[in-house]
Design a protein around this ligand. Structure first.
Ligand SMILES: [Zn+2]
Length: 399
């Protein structure tokens, strides 16, 4: 049996809207846009009980049955498993449902699968790049700088995370001696061209190696120690960062933060189940898939206390809700981040504890964010009206 990579399955699911698949099974979907009603593939209840939500970030076509006895939900693949299994999803294997969907969507699944198989050449180049990153990370980890200590991160935490320092102008010569030629170093981004010269990309920066879930170095992050630097943060790649995910315990609640320094700050305060995504807007399908595969269910976002962080946390949380996660949002005080709180010593640490304890469930946080945009007088008016209406209804019932 073939194994279909996640990206290929996503491409397949994105190639056909769920309502078209429902039509294939003889249903007659009602409505348009975000809320299209279909018959539930599990309990067969009518369109008013089962809705698709296919505008959800444009990344997955989802359905959800609102019937309390059923609550079936999932992707197009899940829909097909229910349909083909006569209401029992487990009766049909995932891979068989993928094949069935490809048939319905006229999607050239097997041809596409070929393209997903990395050829030997591509694989060799990738291995060499990965090796270069690994060696560079090791080289930098043998240098240190007191910058992070000044931000409250102990030498021990730095050592545990293999944090290093790039003095500048010494990596290229070192790597060349180890037979990594300039072309590969330039490809990875460890060196770049300045005028006629190839020089180290990282100069005078604290270096964080970023690992994948197998513990391989996949990126380097260089944090400037100079407050006037034009580029305070510099990633070699900067995409698909799930810093700390390889060390997660999926049975415990997961804390999500924006920056790598925030992740280390929480670690310093004794929180071990923390992941950094590399920025307020960086949470993506990549993180959703990692989360789904890990089976972790409880998630709390602790993004920075600015408008970007507040918005980013809600956008990230919204992506985890449809896959069945319990999401909470913690509110870091205005203009501060987790590291600022760590630097405040005991007061800051206590504040983190209370922020975590008072974190709002996702729906509440989302509602609060909406309410914040509204003139309070309108909210008072609304509540007063609601109360009057309720009173009238009560009176009518007692009559
Ligand atoms: Zn149902």
């Amino acid at each position: 049996m073939s194994y279909y990579p996640r990206e290929l399955v996503d491409e397949l699911m994105n190639s056909i809207p769920l309502e078209d698949v429902a039509r294939h099974y003889g249903d007659n979907p009602k409505g348009r846009g975000k809320n299209i009603g279909i018959h539930c593939p599990c309990c067969d209840r009518d369109q008013s009980h089962c809705h698709t939500n296919n505008a959800s970030y444009g990344k997955a076509f989802l359905f959800q049955c609102k019937s309390p006895q059923c609550e079936a939900k999932g992707s197009t693949i899940d829909y097909i498993r229910y349909k083909e299994g006569n209401g029992v999803k487990e009766a049909i294997r995932f891979q068989d449902a993928v094949k069935k969907l490809a048939e319905i969507a006229h999607f050239p699944l097997e041809q596409k699968l070929e393209a997903y198989r990395p050829n030997a050449e591509k694989q060799a180049a990738y291995t060499k790049q990965q090796k270069a990153l690994q060696v560079a990370a090791k080289f930098y980890s043998e240098h240190s700088h007191p910058y992070l200590n000044s931000r409250g991160i102990s030498s021990e935490t730095q050592k545990n995370n293999k944090i290093g320092f790039a003095p500048g102008n010494c990596l290229k010569a070192y790597m060349n001696k180890l037979d990594f030629d300039d072309s590969i170093l330039e490809e990875v981004g460890l060196i770049h061209r300045v005028g006629n010269n190839l020089v180290d990309r990282f100069q005078n920066r604290v270096i964080f190696p970023v690992f994948d879930t197998q513990g391989k170095v996949i990126d380097l992050y260089g944090r400037s120690i100079n407050p006037n630097d034009r580029l305070p943060h510099l990633y070699l790649r900067g995409q698909n960062i799930a810093y700390g995910f390889e060390k997660l315990d999926p049975k415990k609640p997961v804390l999500w933060v924006e920056s790598l320094v925030n992740k280390l700050s929480l670690e310093e305060m004794g929180y071990s189940n923390v992941v950094a995504v590399g920025g307020a807007t960086k949470f993506s399908n990549y993180h959703v898939n990692l989360t789904r595969d890990s089976g972790s269910k409880e998630h709390l976002f602790l993004y920075d206390g600015d408008s970007g962080g507040r918005k980013g946390a809600l956008e990230a949380g919204e992506q985890l809700v449809p896959i069945g996660c319990a999401v909470k949002i913690g509110r870091v005080p205005d203009e501060l981040d987790v590291n600022d709180l760590l630097c405040q010593g005991d007061i800051g640490t206590k504040q983190i504890t209370s922020i975590l304890a008072q974190a709002q469930p996702f729906n509440e946080a989302k509602a609060f964010a909406l309410l914040e945009e509204i003139d309070p007088n309108i909210i008072y008016k609304f509540l007063a009206q609601k109360k009057t209406l309720e009173r009238k209804q009560q009176l009518a019932q007692t009559r």
